[in-house]
Write a protein that binds this ligand. Structure first.
Ligand code: SF4
Length: 107
């Protein structure tokens, strides 16, 4: 049997629900995140690399010439930071000079 009074439980539940609704809008700071490893299974599946210059342009789905994480539509964080959050790899920071097969041009 719970020792938390019913009224207190309802109050805590309301606070927790409000926190859950507020959290998705918060963009993680790059310096709070561990760096994405090239060996991460998801990263490997997306052909992620820390160095976009090592990617053969002929293997890309998108023919745009200059492709790296810094000019990808899915990058987050601040311009100029070496490691930044990415919408494809939540909870990790990707190299601004990196690349993966999901790269998309900014609008
Ligand atoms: Fe980099 Fe874009 Fe791939 Fe994210 S989705 S890892 S920003 S190329």
């Amino acid at each position: 049997m719970s020792t938390i009074p019913r009224r207190k439980f309802i109050q805590l539940s309301a606070v927790a629900a409000a926190a859950c609704m507020a959290a998705p809008g918060r963009e993680a700071r790059a310096d709070e995140l561990p760096h994405l490893s090239e060996d991460d299974p998801m990263a490997a599946a997306m052909k992620y690399t820390h160095d976009a210059s090592k990617v053969d342009p002929a293997t890309r789905n998108n023919p745009a010439a200059d492709q790296n994480c810094a000019n990808c539509a899915l990058i987050q964080g601040k311009d100029g930071e070496a490691w930044r959050p990415c919408q494809i790899f939540p909870g990790k920071a990707v190299a601004a000079a990196g690349w993966c097969s999901v790269w998309a041009p900014k609008a």
